[in-house]
Design a protein. Sequence first.
Length: 757
Amino acid sequence: MNVFRLFLSAIALLLLAGCQEFRGPVWSPDGQAIAYTVYTRNAKGGVDTDVYLALPEGDDPPKLIASGATMPQWSNEGSFFYFLGERDAQGFYTKIMKYKLGAEQPEVALGGVHLTSMQLAAASAGPLILLSQGRDAQPGSAVHAELWNAGENKRTDLRALGEMYGPALSYNGKVLVYGTKPADGHAVLMGYELAGGAEAKAIFPTPESQETDADGFVVHAFPNSERFLFYGPGLTGVWAMQGRPNAARFMKFAIPEGLTCPIMARVAEDGNSAALTMLRAAPGKMFFESYKLDLVQRKWSRLESDTSELIGGPVLDPKLKKGDPARYAWLSPAGLAIGDAAKPRVLPVTPAQHLSASLQALKNNDAPKALELALKAQDLKPPLENPEALNQALYAAYFANKNFDRATDIFEQSWLLEPITSTGPHYIFPPDSSLPPPPAEWIASQIKMMDELVAANPDARMIPVLKDAMLARIKGQHRRAMEIYQRAIDLCPDKARVGGVRFQQGLCDLEMGDANQAAEMFEQAAGIEDFPQADFAAAYGAMAYALAGRAEAANKASRVLQLPAAKKSPLAAEMAQIPMAIKGRVFKTHGQSKEAVSADGQSSAWVEFDDYWIPFGATKATPLEQADGTFVPKRFGVNHLTASAIFSNKQATPIFSAARPLNELKLSPSGNLLAFEVSGEVFPVGDQFCELFVIDLQGKVHYGNAQAAVQGKTKGRHIINDFTWNSDSELKISGLEVDDFGAQRPFEKTQPLGRLK
């Protein structure tokens, strides 16, 4: 999978933190209510924001206060809160709203603004609110600051301080800390005392506290002291600032390895800890992790992880009585969570949150609740973009409730009625093709469900057949799989499932490398209008015909797109663009690199590679490479895959294989070792040559992750531009280090043989 698809949404989330968009829930001062923002990815790739109010006691669901709103902040008296509202088409929040408990609707507190952020100084009189007026609404853009005394309706313009990044006001409203970007490009943290007439002062970095590669800052004020927490792109740690600007002191807390800089932060009321949410990149996915940072003991501890939903922001109930168990509120994958981490009460409002809550109910052995939540997720609007996730939750819930017939129907639906998901179909290429295998966790989950159904529902005649066909494809026995699918047609109770079997046969033909035969299978599936994804089958048929490149290919591709299922599809206009989008591409081409020859002429090695353009379709628009090399969000297109094999004159068979492109081969001075680069995922700049390998001419790996290369899962945080042999035991490497925001900085190092760090 090309990481380009993944990093677009992930980097958008990171950049949103530049204007402090993400915030956790906030308790009312009396602990009787919780206001919070629900963040939802929308179809355009952005993030929608809605403000909700929840009561920690009672059974009432959360109340939607306003859509296109965010950042609720309670007044000191606790009977109302302010929030940013009425987001416009450009992304600005055009009003500050005020909601009084018990009211039907919020009221406008301040209009005529174009804000990206606001912050209430908790202990100031007024109340005093810092307003961030954006130059534009793009995440991470510069802002001009303004103070608004809401009680007196008095506004103080701070434009004289210049453009700011990530500003924060101390709890008492006396100190402002913010980032700037001077002309030399090196970000600077500034401090400004609002009383006394002193000028703004550059306070960080200092000679003692260096972060030479900082690209910007995001600042958070401590709740009950004039301290600040800050971080940002290019910084290697989270920093705490203590003392007024003219005498500031700093303490660094290194970010755990593999994590981005924080995208959400919450400092505890006692100032002794902070909760931080970060992103972790892994091959083919990006997920959130939340941590507690003990600012006294200087220790990180993980709170929650491995979720694609925004999490974090835990805050303690402010009115707990002595001896009461701790009660927190935080954003969880299942929605607002209240209670302790072990068994919280969750309040889902979106379809994705209901699915997470359903899975949580299963873990708590509450099967009826799990089914109720999954069915609710199915009914909510807008519908989930990923039908596969919904099917998995419904399957698990029905199975737990011992409704094995419905569980069987759901499983067959995922394979035969909805094979196309939000991330495309699951290809199972033969092991000897050197193309990427499907995720091991997906294979394990499918086999587990099939085994469960075979044991629990003997009448489910289709399940053993689907399992046999899948296992045959995994083993590379694709012709046997085709025969099994042919027998499965006799078991289909309706035409819709016949279409699903034909679609699986089309995938199987593509995996064997026969694009023309695959196109015929897809065309048959597309001709069955009862097949729910017949329009996708038509798109796959058109792509496969065009890529096969045989006589009449263009006419056949056009013929498929004229089928009723394609013409009636809501995606017909996009499908009509398929021939132009893949023009000039063919399913498979073979090539060979320049031969590397040792100085004495006795050793040589070369790469043979197969380039594939594989048909791709998904229920969700995904950035796909177009014929001109640009990436455009589409539901239909082609994926570029490369299978590489290294040969040497010392072996008759390949000595190394990778499901990735390889760069220039270089033999060591003795001619006994071979070094080369392998392409991989470099977050967030897309696929680059990032991992270095050294093997001998018999194929033994001296360093580099061979298994990752075979599976196409190589990755790194650097780009390797060049390398040379100093000796058989040492390499000189140059390239670019890449930070969380894509900034690239040159590096050069001498590396002894061993894993590249």
